[in-house]
Design a protein around this ligand. Structure first.
Ligand code: ATP
Ligand code: MG
Length: 378
């Protein structure tokens, strides 16, 4: 029977956070691998151990585990007794069919009362392998590294360490609402907050029937990819065309984009309150477009009493694009669509607005009435 030994990120493990962190991670791992042959997920000696059934779907398990946040690294491992005499035979059986001229043993103990030091175990198992295979010990550039982990009632060993995503387990930092546009940036912003332990729900504003349904289909596909990194979550699709019409009819053209954004933020905040989410997320990056100057960011943020988080604020477009490719959202994001903000877009949008200026403009239409139309959310 095979096992997966999972090392979590140590940094978050101070004091009272530890049980919360570890339990969440274990739950997330169980959820991510459901139906794939993981019998138990247990917390043991500072690791999480997944016990697999003999016909577990290892490739899929590997793929799913590699998308769970909070993991430093993981490995498919064999189990043996932690009695060093039994262990060394088991390790030898395991490496018998491998071809290697040099090797190294790297032992760690998750059970500090173990009667031997890690170096003792390295030496005893190492000598046994050397004698039986003729391979030499090389501590700096070995062809094969054999990792051994000693726990209180068992030992695990493996040869391949797979890097994890790092970050914090989703759910340890609370819930947030991401304004998801269908572009390249906002899916990356959502993922960055998941990586910091947030569970993310999504709001998309579309201008159907004034525009096509494409943007809604795109965000549906984006959410599906993003949800591979968290539990399935909700996507709110909000018709925004009528609000835009109202803005177009009642405000000077140059303010449209900022006014659209302020309405989006208000609706997203109402959804966040209903869902008990603690913050909003956008994919803004400073200076990328006219609505993303510090002045306009300030004016837009002012429409919300919840914090608006912008994890991409200091990133270049090329960096954001690289991350989007890594996540797998890039190919969907670049499919041409009709973003609602392209509807009635002015030639020269205001680059530097102030709160006073915008509040004056907003007196020209009935914000409460507009909002109430959209807040009859189920
Ligand atoms: P993105 O690539 O995420 O679309 P962008 O660089 O195109 O970002 P904007 O279109 O100005 O920039 O949007 C800035 C942010 O506002 C987006 O990242 C997103 O969080 C939010 N946003 C914009 N349009 C919408 C929309 N139609 N629905 C939901 N959120 C939106
Ligand atoms: Mg966009």
């Amino acid at each position: 029977m095979r096992h997966i030994v999972i090392h979590y990120q140590e940094i978050a493990l101070k004091g009272k956070n530890r049980p919360l962190f570890v339990n969440k991670l274990r739950d997330n791992l169980k959820y991510a691998t459901e139906g794939l042959g993981v019998k138990h997920a247990r917390d043991q000696g500072g690791r999480i151990i997944l016990d697999l059934v003999p016909d577990a779907r290892e490739e899929l398990v590997r793929e799913r585990v590699s998308k769970v946040f909070g993991i430093a690294n993981f490995a498919f491992a064999c189990k043996a007794s932690n009695d060093v005499e039994v262990l060394k035979e088991a390790v030898l059986r395991h490496v018998r069919d491998k071809v290697f001229k040099s090797f190294r043993i790297s032992t760690k103990r998750g059970y500090k009362e173990y009667p031997m030091t890690s170096m003792d175990v390295d030496r005893i198992v190492g000598a046994h392998i050397k004698e039986a295979t003729g391979a030499k010990v090389d501590l700096t550039h070995p062809e094969l590294t054999l990792f051994i982990e000693i726990l209180s009632k068992e030992a695990f060993f493996y040869t391949e360490k797979i890097p994890g995503q790092g970050g914090l387990p989703v759910g340890t930092s609370g819930k947030v609402v991401c304004l998801l546009s269908g572009g390249i940036d906002s899916p990356v912003a959502a993922l960055r907050m998941m990586k910091r332990g947030c569970s993310v729900l999504f709001v998309h504003f579309h201008a159907y029937p004034y525009q096509s349904k494409m943007s809604q289909e795109k965000v549906g596909d984006l959410v599906e990819i993003l949800n591979q990194y968290q539990r399935a979550s909700k996507l709110y699709l909000i018709p925004f065309g009528d609000i835009q019409k109202e803005i177009v009819l009642n405000a000077p053209a140059k303010y449209r984009v900022v006014l659209y954004r302020r309405m989006m933020i208000r609706i997203a905040e109402a959804i966040a309150r209903k869902e008990k989410a603690l913050a909003l997320i956008t994919g803004d990056s400073l200076g990328q477009v006219s609505s993303q100057t510090l002045e306009n960011i300030t004016t837009i943020e002012n429409a919300s009493t919840l914090p608006v988080l912008r994890p991409l604020i200091g990133m270049d477009k090329s960096e954001i694009m690289d991350q989007a490719r890594g996540i797998g959202t890039y190919e969907i994001s670049i499919i041409p669509d009709q973003d609602c903000c392209q509807l009635f877009i002015p030639k020269n949008p205001a680059v530097k607005t102030s709160i006073e200026e915008i509040e004056k403009v907003e007196k020209g239409f009935d914000i409460e009435k507009l909002l109430n139309q959209y807040l009859l959310l189920k």
